[in-house]
Design a protein around this ligand. Structure first.
Ligand code: KIV
Length: 236
């Protein structure tokens, strides 16, 4: 069996200029198929709310739902790194809530890392989680949990702020960062600046890796599919 992808593997892939392949999954059978396809990272995204639960945003997803879905995905993944997403309001209240909830994804659900949205504003959390032995994937740019604050799912173009967010999450200890919905030239600059890998979604071709929502890529999602998604099938 191929060895498990770890934080160290991903850092090594960046320095070897090997592209990182990441996909979402939400259950055991898809997790097995994605894992067998040698995808490096499986994210149990809170996109769960939109593509599995039929919600119009990610906001209603609960911590218990994330623990459940992360657990059944982790069971199906023997090679890929399993990353559990922190849902809305599971980390924005108190540091102790954030640490407790992040810990649940590792202890109860079997994830190897967690992802949370935000840049400079979440650095204290990233530092505390990293200190506690919880690897953190940061997520900057278009952050869907802030849909109401952003006035919709909008591309983020503030270069200085994006660069600052990226630098700060790296300095706080994040092992990688998702760049969502940002112009390709800014994503390239961030990728060249950071030592940790960048994983893009709607951020152009020059990130260290790419992530897509599985249901978009398989054409299982009959709703809106973003322009940048390459559909490999039309299973709907
Ligand atoms: O929730 C999710 O699936 C995500 C990815 C699209 C990065 O955050």
């Amino acid at each position: 069996m191929a060895s498990k992808v770890t934080v160290t593997t991903l850092l090594q892939m960046k320095s070897n200029k090997e592209k990182i392949v990441a996909l979402t999954a939400y259950d055991y059978p898809f997790s097995r198929l994605v894992d067998e396809s040698e995808v490096d990272v499986i994210l149990i995204g809170d996109s769960l709310g939109m593509v599995v639960q039929g919600e119009s945003s990610t906001l209603p997803v609960t911590m218990d739902e994330m623990v459940y879905h992360t657990r059944i995905v982790a069971r199906g993944a023997s090679r890929a790194m399993v990353v559990g997403d922190m849902p809305f309001m599971s980390y924005q209240t108190e540091l102790s809530d954030a640490l407790f909830n992040a810990g649940r994804l590792l202890k109860e659900a079997g994830a190897s890392a967690i992802k949370l949205e935000g840049g400079a504003s979440v650095c204290g959390l990233v530092e505390a989680m990293t200190r506690a032995g919880i690897p953190v994937m940061a997520h900057i740019g278009l952050t869907p949990q802030s849909v109401h604050q952003m006035g919709g799912f909008r591309v983020q173009r503030d270069r200085d702020r994006l660069l600052e967010d990226a630098r700060q999450v790296e300095a706080a200890g994040a092992f990688s960062v998702v760049l969502e919905g940002i112009p390709a030239d800014i994503a390239r600059e961030i990728t060249d600046t950071l030592k940790i890998p960048t994983i893009g979604i709607g951020a152009g071709p020059d990130c260290d890796g790419q992530i897509l929502v599985l249901h978009d890529l398989l054409g299982l999602n009959e709703g809106h599919v973003p322009k940048f998604v390459k559909k490999y099938a039309d299973l709907a």
